[in-house]
Structure formats: C-alpha cells, structure tokens
Design a protein around this ligand. Structure first.
Ligand code: ADP
Length: 474
C-alpha cells in the first residue's frame, strides 16, 4: 500500500508545532506495519536541508496562473527518517528559511500542491491513498477530482487530517485562476462564506477526514472558526484518531537532550538531576515545585491568562512556587511575561524563543506542566510530559479530555479544570502544590504516568484500518 503524506511541516526537517511531530512519526510507524508511506513537503532552507544530501528525482515546470514555475523534487538520500522524504523546491518561492508568514503564502502552498500532482501524474505513479494534512495541502482533493489535468488520478482515495481547524488558509475568488483547468461547474466545492476556503474544500472533497482526537471531532461542530455547520453536515465522513508520540524521540531512558536519563526505577533521582540543571540555569529553587508552560504564546493556548495566573499564584503562595515559561508568539504576551520575570526573580523565569533541547529538558525536570488551552485538537505537550513523569494541569477540552484523567478520579494521574479562567488555573496550581507536599503520593502518580502507553502503534493501526476501508483493492 503506497501512501503519500502531504504536509507543510515534518520533524526533524521543519517544525513549528505538533503537525511536524505527527508527520515525522506516523509514516515511520506505518512503514513498520508493512505499508509504504512517504512524506512530501515544501523545501525550506534550514539546518536539515543544509546538512543532508538529496537527489533530484524529477524536474519540470508548472503553471501558477500565468506564471511558469520551474520546480524540482528532491529525495533525501539515506531514508534515515524511517520513510522516504521528498521535498518540492521552487526557486524564489519554496526555498526560504521560514515555514509560514510570507505575504505570498497562498501562492507558495498552491504551487506546492500543483508540483506534487504534476510530479506523480507525469511519472505515472498511482498512490493507494493520498493523505493531506491541514489546509496547506487541502486543495489536493478538489484538484484531483475536478481539474482536467489530473483525470488519471481521479480514483485515488484521499484522507484529510485536521490538526488545527482554526486556520483555513482562505482567500478571495479573484485568485481562482491560480487553480488550473478546473471544472467551473464545481467551484461551489471550494466555497465557504464567500471565499475560497482550502480547509472547507478538503472536508467536502476528501473521501474521509480525521481529527487528531475523538473529542475534537465533536468540538469542530461547535467551534471551528465558522465551519461548524460544514463539520456537522459532513460528520459521517469524520473519524477521531488520537495522536501518538514518537517514543524513540521522546524517551527519558535514551534522551540525549536531557541532563540525566532515567526510568521508572530511578524516577525521583532522575527527575531531580534534570530539575537541578534547569534551576541552576534559570536561577530557581530546586526545593520548590516547578511549574512550566511550553508552547506558542497565543490566545488558543490560553497563554494570555498566564501572566495574571502566575502572579496571583506567587502572591497567594509566597515563596513556595517556581515558574518557567518557554514560548514565543504574541508580542504583548511576551512582554507581560518578561515583566513578571523582572518582578519575581528566583520565582519566575521566562525564555522567549523556540528551543527543542530546552523543551526536552523541561519536560524531564519540571514537576507540573500548565495547559490552559481554549482549543486543543490533540495536544502533544501533555503526552510528552506524562512520558517524563511530569504531571499535566489541563483545561478540559479536545484531546486533553481524551488523554488526561484527573488524579482524583479512578486511575487518574493529572489535574483537570473546566474554565479558561485565572481562578481555575490558580486552583489547579494550588492542588498541585498540595500534592507536591505528599511526595510518596506524587511519586506513585509519576510512575503511573510513565507507564501509560501513548505510542503510535495503536493509532497507526486505526489509520491503516481507515485506508483499507477506503481502498479495498489493497
Ligand atoms: P501546536 O501544534 O498547537 O503548537 P502541540 O501540543 O500539538 O501544539 O505541539 C506543540 C509542539 O511544539 C510540542 O512538540 C512542543 O514541545 C513544541 N514547542 C512549542 N513551543 C516550543 C518552544 N518555544 N520551544 C520548543 N518546543 C516548542
């Protein structure tokens, strides 16, 4: 079974968030299960592409409106990622350093999708499944079935995975000419709320769509930035499959990015070594419970409430707590957090930026991880923290509901709260502090967390079952 995964991100080639982690892991596990899963993504001028070798396996030109674009398909030489990796390079368009945020992002991702389709079409490849991830590859299902250029591929089943339903990649009808040779009687499939909406088009045209957790599948009908009704009417095609984690990359026993490796057997000591390393580096007291937040500083993650929640907790529990925040995003949120750092040295520190190694160290050494998310399609941070025996404090939403059970409930190991409010966050922090004062109980819960199985094996199998249901010939 040959599966093409199409994505804007893939770890370790280019990562902005969880999308990269999933696309860097799922194909690997699918290959281990006997499929032939490959990843196709845009070329970025980054560390990975600079340090690795590639073969040019195809070169041609594609038409983007009236622009003729030369493109190349590069294949990573060694297959060391556990899957074949193909990069679409388009000089001047797909050869830049950043993944997102360019003013011509629309052209970038449309050109990426056209180059991919042209490549497999010219080379007479017929995938068993094309699996698109998020809106950056959301036009592929429409183009496959409704562009005259690709009629040869019109029977290929498509799966579309929504990692984040808040972002749609929408643009105006004046850009319709960027989509080549389409059947103009079918343009309604591209439409949502008066514009071309790649996420909506994908949901309408794909054979099946998936979300990265079962609860998020239901939540999209209530909150998806305007697509609620679409998700409601298309719900028969939807499947919620919770993400796994790459247990080779996220493994406290072998992780080279942490200060001291550990297992459940030497848990307390192992965590302490990492906590000491963090506290030394960030001027915090290793005796106090260490709370962290790792992630994008955006409203979606509830990061706007962090400054007030941290400050109130510090005031209500004087000298008893430590906080370390790692993230970047909204400039006002960054400034508010940096202000706290100046105001409460020794109790709160903040690292503005993106640092993969530091994230590993913090997952390993912190005591508690805060996730006050307003929206959380799956959330990977809580899964990583559980793997390293760090208790997640999560708002009950999306994948956080599907992966965290409150320690007050049968078999539980985390802390859950219902409202995205400073009150609820502070109360969760307080409950965690009380738990920290009973080390034996916390130790027992940490062991339970580390023994949980969030590996990809089970979820990868669910995707395979879905593929087989769509393409019984395989
Ligand atoms: P999202 O994709 O919405 O940002 P996820 O929880 O699915 O959220 O995935 C976030 C991923 O990005 C995790 O692997 C997390 O560790 C990582 N991450 C986020 N911000 C940072 C940062 N500033 N430094 C290092 N890693 C980060």
């Amino acid at each position: 079974m040959k599966i093409f995964h199409l994505s804007a991100e893939c770890y370790p080639v280019a990562k902005v968030g969880g999308l990269a982690d999933v696309v860097g892991a799922l194909p690997k596990y699918q290959n281990q299960a006997g499929l032939q899963a490959v990843v196709v993504m845009p070329y970025y001028d980054r560390k990975f592409t600079q340090e690795n070798e590639f073969d040019v396996v195809f070169a041609a030109a594609t038409l983007l409106g009236n622009r003729r674009l030369f493109f190349e398909i590069l294949k990573e030489k060694t297959n060391k990622l556990g899957f074949e990796l193909y990069l679409v390079r388009i000089p001047g368009l797909l050869d830049r350093t950043e993944v997102y945020s360019y003013p011509d992002e629309r052209e970038q991702f449309i050109a990426f999708q056209l180059a991919f389709l042209d490549w497999i079409n010219y080379t007479q490849q017929t995938p068993d499944i094309i699996h698109c991830h998020d809106h950056h590859s959301g036009l592929v299902p429409f183009l496959l079935y409704h562009s005259k250029l690709y009629t040869r591929l019109a029977n290929v089943p498509t799966v579309f995975t929504i990692h984040n339903g808040q972002y749609h990649g929408a643009f105006g009808w004046e850009h319709l000419a960027l989509l080549p040779e389409i059947d103009l009687t079918q343009t309604g499939l591209l439409d949502w709320a008066g514009g071309i909406n790649p996420l909506a088009a994908a949901v309408k045209c794909c054979w099946s769509y998936t979300t990265v957790s079962p609860t998020y599948l239901r939540e999209l009908t209530i909150n998806s930035n305007g697509l609620e009704y679409l998700f409601y009417i298309e719900r028969a095609k939807g499947h919620g499959i919770i993400n796994g984690i790459d247990t080779e990359v996220w493994n406290p026993k072998t992780d080279a990015m942490i200060a001291g490796k550990f297992t459940t057997r030497l848990l307390a000591k192992g965590k302490q070594v990492n906590k000491d390393a963090i506290c030394t580096r960030f001027g915090l007291d290793p005796e106090k419970p260490l709370y962290t937040f790792i992630g994008r500083l955006v409203i979606e993650k509830g990061a706007d409430l962090l400054p007030e929640a941290v400050e109130r907790s510090i005031k209500e529990n004087p000298g008893e707590l430590s906080f370390l925040i790692l993230g970047s995003g909204d400039k006002d949120m960054e400034a508010a957090l940096l202000e706290l750092k100046d105001k409460y040295p020794g109790q709160c520190n903040v690292f503005i930026g993106y640092d993969e190694s530091l994230a590993h160290l913090i997952y390993a050494g912190a005591d508690f991880l805060l996730m006050p998310s307003r929206v959380e399609p799956c959330g990977l941070n809580q899964l990583y923290s559980l793997r390293y025996g760090t208790m997640p404090l999560v708002r009950s939403t999306g994948g956080l509901i599907d992966s965290v059970i409150d320690f007050g409930d049968e078999g539980g190991y985390g802390i859950r709260f219902n409202q995205v409010s400073v009150d609820d966050i502070c109360y969760a922090i307080f409950r965690a502090k009380v738990l920290y004062q009973t080390p034996a109980k916390l130790q027992q819960l940490r062991k339970r967390m580390m023994e949980l199985d969030f590996s990809w094996d089970r979820s990868a199998k669910e995707y395979i079952d879905l593929y087989e249901s769509l393409n019984p010939t395989i």
